[in-house]
Design a protein around this ligand. Structure first.
Ligand code: ADP
Ligand code: MG
Length: 585
């Protein structure tokens, strides 16, 4: 029997309910209004009361309305058919509804009940299986999608029946398993999982260490992220968050992309729906959307649904990770999610933390980031969820609570700079202030040594050092003027400019420059360092600027040319000539 209750208080989306039975934290309930049911989640339990956050507008709701508690938390529906979909935070299929936004009380199922999927068994009769074991596989678009023993099952099972190769619907029985009490249980292609609880059906979750190639030089070469790692991008409006996110989605070495669009403004969300289906997939020559899922908050949905969307997105990512895939999860922007937490916390009149955010904001954020990771599955395969979130700090203030909390949770920090964006130095990641903690991990250093090159990490540190000295020189020049400082400072400034123009800046809209493969990055890094390590002689500071500028010009031509093509080699020869000319003077 489900627990019943009655509405006794309404403050916007926070509703107080007197309950006539047991309820649980995060339990889902429905408010039975006359014509519609409103979905809500228990966020605090009092003596005889439950505080619930309603996922829809509570307009028209009256005191005394009946509430029914469902006995389970907010759950994601997991099965084939998730790819290419646009969902809202409660996993309603947004393409199935009329118009752009769901009407209040509307519900569109996450997956198609009638669609046929070509199934191929993996497990055999008699096999011992546990939750997460792969029973079979279907092709989802062109990606392998594993049908697994549901994560909610407990213990070890023996496969009693496994369905033969053929075409089936998601609710058909794909296997019958026998548990250790000799009871039979059926397994279909769908299962449910509570979004706020991490899926942990893996053997081991070591610290991540494999470099994840993104093709974005300022990331790979200077602040690398790893497969299963975490990063965040704080940046004011117009600094290139969206462009960077698209680059990552297209280019990163991931099997599947999940985008959690957590925006306040409807046009941002609509923009994503319009843009993503257009993006070509450079890895397959098809559309990127074929291996992408978007979870978006439609603007008419209240704050509570915003919170649900990031958890739903993470749960989908963990589900695919359990299939042995590499998932890149992008969330834009996590600040909106934190604002949702703040609103609910304030309505409940909880003791506020800094800037009125909940006291446990740091714990909530780090708990979320901790769900990313690189895992060894029980069958020996590996999978990963790499998570990159954007943060939009109010007024660009990086000391605000969301940025500060995220900094503690994420291992990579990609600070987008307004100054760089203003001077069109894109991507506007401020390379000196940004960091990757992974370059300190011995297992990462070992990995790049073995798989990329011996000097990758030391080159990274050298380049950062050049940028740092360039920044200092720039400040000195500003204070003392061009002729008030030694030539050495001019040289330091221009070396940093070479690094900036050749490595950091990258044209996301150029066919060749947009994505730089790791070996090419390595090659160019060595070239740039070679130039920076040469001690050219100049008679006056006025010679410094034109010389380095001419090098930058040639370098940029190289960046725009096919790697190792005739054109590329021609510019390279030109560069060598310029360098030896200067060296002999
Ligand atoms: P945000 O999402 O932070 O508001 P956008 O990603 O929309 O900012 O970027 C704003 C503009 O900056 C883009 O329309 C584009 O013209 C320019 N831009 C950003 N990144 C790049 C890049 N890597 N290469 C070229 N232009 C860029
Ligand atoms: Mg944007």
């Amino acid at each position: 029997m489900n627990t019943k209750g009655k509405v006794v208080g309404i403050i916007s989306n926070l509703v107080t309910v007197t309950v006539y039975g047991p309820v649980q934290q995060n339990e889902i309930c429905f408010i039975n209004m006359e014509n519609i049911k409103l979905m809500a989640e228990v966020i605090r339990i009092g003596k005889n009361n439950a505080y619930i956050q309603v996922f829809e507008s509570t307009r028209g709701l009256k005191i005394g309305t009946d509430v029914e508690f469902m006995g389970h938390m907010l759950e994601a529906t997991l099965g084939p058919g998730i790819l290419t979909k646009n969902f809202d935070g409660l996993q309603h299929d947004l393409d199935k509804m009329d118009g752009t936004f769901l009407k209040k009380g509307d519900y569109t199922p996450a997956l198609e009940d009638d669609k046929l999927w070509a199934f191929k068994p993996i497990a055999k009769v008699g096999d011992k299986v546990i939750p997460g074991s792969w029973l079979g596989e279907v092709k989802e678009n062109w990606m392998p999608h594993k049908i697994m023993v549901p994560f909610k099952f407990k213990g070890t099972f023996t496969v009693k029946e496994i369905t033969a190769k053929g075409e089936y619907k998601i609710n058909d029985t794909m296997a019958v398993l026998t548990n250790d009490q000799d009871e039979d249980v059926k397994v279909t292609m769908v299962q449910k999982w509570p979004v706020k609880i991490p899926i942990k059906n893996y053997k081991e979750k070591p610290r991540p260490f494999r470099l994840m190639e993104t093709g974005v030089r300022v990331i790979d070469s200077l602040n690398p992220i790893v497969e299963g790692g975490t990063g965040f991008i704080p940046g004011p409006f117009g600094t290139g968050k969206t462009v960077l996110q698209h680059s990552l989605a297209k280019q990163a070495d991931a099997d599947m992309i999940i985008v959690a669009a957590c925006g306040e403004r409807a046009n941002e969300v609509v923009e994503i729906f319009a843009e993503f289906p257009e993006i070509d997939d450079p890895r397959t020559g098809r559309k990127l959307m074929e291996r992408t899922t978007i979870i978006a908050n439609t603007s008419n949905m209240p704050v509570a649904a915003r919170e649900a969307s990031v958890y739903t997105a993470m749960t989908l990512a963990e589900y695919y990770r359990a299939m042995g895939l590499k998932i890149l999860l992008l969330a834009d922007s996590t600040s909106r999610w934190a604002q949702a937490l703040r609103e609910m916390s304030n309505r409940m009149e909880e003791l506020p933390g800094p800037d009125a955010f909940p006291m446990d904001l740091p714990a909530i954020i780090s708990g979320f980031y901790a769900r990313a990771g690189y895992v060894f599955l029980n069958n020996g395969s590996t999978g990963s969820v790499t998570f990159i979130g954007t943060v939009s700090p109010a007024g660009g203030n990086l000391k605000e609570p969301v940025t500060e909390s995220t900094k503690k949770a994420a291992r990579c920090f990609y600070a987008l700079s307004q100054d760089r964006a203003d001077s069109k130095r894109y991507p506007a990641i401020e390379a000196v202030d940004s960091y990757s903690k992974y370059i300190e991990y011995p297992e990462f250093i070992e990995y790049v040594k073995e798989n990329i090159s011996d000097d990758w990490v030391s080159n990274t540190l050298m380049v950062k050092n050049i940028l740092q000295r360039g920044k200092e020189a720039y400040e000195q020049i500003n204070i003392l003027g061009d002729d008030g400082i030694p030539i050495e400072y001019h040289k330091n400034f221009w070396k940093a400019e070479v690094v900036d123009f050749v490595i950091l800046q990258q044209d996301a809209f150029d066919k060749i420059d947009a994505s730089t493969p790791i070996q090419r990055q390595r090659y160019m890094m060595a070239k740039v360092l070679d130039v920076c390590n040469k001690d050219f002689k100049f008679d006056s500071y006025e010679q410094v600027n034109p010389f380095y500028k001419s090098l930058i010009n040639i370098f940029k031509q190289m960046n725009y040319s096919e790697f190792e093509s005739e054109k590329f080699k021609k510019f390279e020869a030109e560069l060598s000539e310029k360098i030896s000319e200067r060296a002999s003077e």
